[in-house]
Design a binder for this molecule. Structure first.
Ligand SMILES: Nc1ncnc2c1ncn2[C@@H]1O[C@H](COP(=O)(O)OP(=O)(O)OP(=O)(O)O)[C@@H](O)[C@H]1O
Ligand code: SF4
Ligand SMILES: [Mg+2]
Length: 369
């Protein structure tokens, strides 16, 4: 069966600097050869630190920007070949929800106007039935129909995100890209919105690309996870497999930043060594080599390919087979194994600042296994 979305070899480099003659002199390699699929009704989480290219992938998938290379197929059709009508139909099938629901909702429009706009744009519901449809949409996202007359500033952050979700649902999409949809919300509200998204997925058969820097959030919603580092996917697997047996050292570091739910269980965070390199000038070879405790000479020279183990769990690391058994690294009960202690020691050594993904970053030191 064809996947709903198939992304193959996607590349997007932005011009970062130009000469006095206007010629590009530096490029940000925001997305540099990314491939994944999303099945209908399922959730793929894109995870990674700030600047790794998650939002650029989202914009490329929605055709808001054009790729430099690669293909995007939606229901088997190459988006690069769509004519204006087909592109309009695709814009109905694929929607996006942003991190900040206040910024993404027009403050001068009532909720009713916000929700009616897409209905009118795509000519979905006759004008006589639009009011009824707006009320249905509000109920669908757990809001009272009487809220339709209010303005966005009259709502809490969680309620505003519900309105943004209702607006996305108005056109009956098949795919919604959720770009950090709960990062700006209070922790207490996050699970409500995540539950709503899951509930809507079950009821409406929606597929999601769920973008987040936070694996703890992703754990509650993803069927599949792709971990990104500096414009590339370094590991991808079914969510259960990735959380149980993360293989890439970078995924392990991200996972170690998830708080342990049990009050008495302790887990030290894996502290990455070295500065996070820039997408402007990614290191040669493995892009993680400046921060990896397992780095060997080969890692500095040769870029590892994303290779599957035959079960759909793919990792881009030269040393996947040699690293300590993943199940020994992050035990499912959140406890600590001696191997994890060793890995933590390898990554640690004193912190000087916090990284953007909750992964602490400290100054470089020579690292070798
Ligand atoms: N329009 C643009 N022009 C130039 N550089 C850009 C542009 N958009 C993104 N970038 C750069 O591309 C890289 C990837 O950015 P992107 O927004 O995709 O990252 P992200 O993973 O979504 O980060 P965050 O978690 O902070 O949202 C960054 O280095 C960013 O500065
Ligand atoms: S062991 Fe080498 S290839 Fe693997 S993540 Fe570390 S630096 Fe990259
Ligand atoms: Mg982003």
């Amino acid at each position: 069966m064809t996947a709903l979305l198939e992304v193959e070899g996607l590349v997007k480099h932005f011009v970062a600097a130009r000469s006095v003659f206007g010629r590009p002199t530096a490029h940000v390699k925001a997305v540099d050869g990314v491939s994944f699929t999303v099945e209908a009704g399922k959730t793929l989480a894109l995870v990674g630190e700030s600047g790794c290219g998650k939002s650029t992938v989202s914009r490329l998938v929605l055709r808001l920007i054009e790729p430099d290379a690669g293909s995007i197929r939606f229901e088997g059709r190459d988006l690069g070949t769509l004519d204006a009508n087909a592109l309009r139909a695709f814009r109905r099938d694929a929607q996006i929800i942003f991190q900040d629901p206040y910024a993404s909702l027009n403050p001068r429009m009532t909720v009713s106007q916000i929700l009616t706009e897409p209905l009118a744009l795509h000519d979905l519901v006759p004008s006589s039935r639009r009011r009824e449809r707006v009320e249905e949409l509000l109920r669908l996202v757990g809001l009272e129909p009487r809220f339709a007359r209010r303005y966005p500033h009259e709502f809490s952050g969680g309620q505003r995100q519900r309105i943004a979700i209702a607006r996305a649902l108005a056109v009956e999409p098949k795919l919604i890209i959720c770009d950090e949809p709960v990062s700006a919300l209070d922790v207490s509200i996050r699970s409500q919105i995540l539950n709503l998204l899951r509930d809507l997925q079950d009821r409406l058969g929606l597929a999601y690309i769920f973008v987040s820097h936070d694996l703890a959030v992703v754990k509650h919603i993803a069927d599949r996870v792709a971990v990104m580092n500096l414009g590339t996917i370094v590991e991808t697997a079914d969510a259960q497999a990735l959380f149980a047996v993360p293989k890439h050292p970078y995924s392990r570091a991200l996972l170690s930043a998830i708080p342990v739910p049990k009050p008495k269980a302790k887990r030290s965070r894996i502290v990455l060594q070295g500065e996070m390199p820039s997408a402007l000038n990614p290191p040669p070879g493995c892009r993680f080599h400046t921060r990896c405790p397992y780095v060997i000479e080969r890692c500095r020279a040769e870029e590892p390919q994303l290779l599957s183990d035959g079960t759909g769990h793919a990792t881009a690391c030269h040393r996947t087979a040699e690293l300590p058994a993943p199940e020994a690294i992050i035990p499912l009960d959140g406890g600590f194994s001696p191997t994890l202690e060793k890995l933590v020691a390898a990554f640690s050594g004193g912190t000087e600042g916090a990284g953007l993904a909750g992964v602490d970053i400290i100054k470089a030191r020579p690292a070798a296994l």
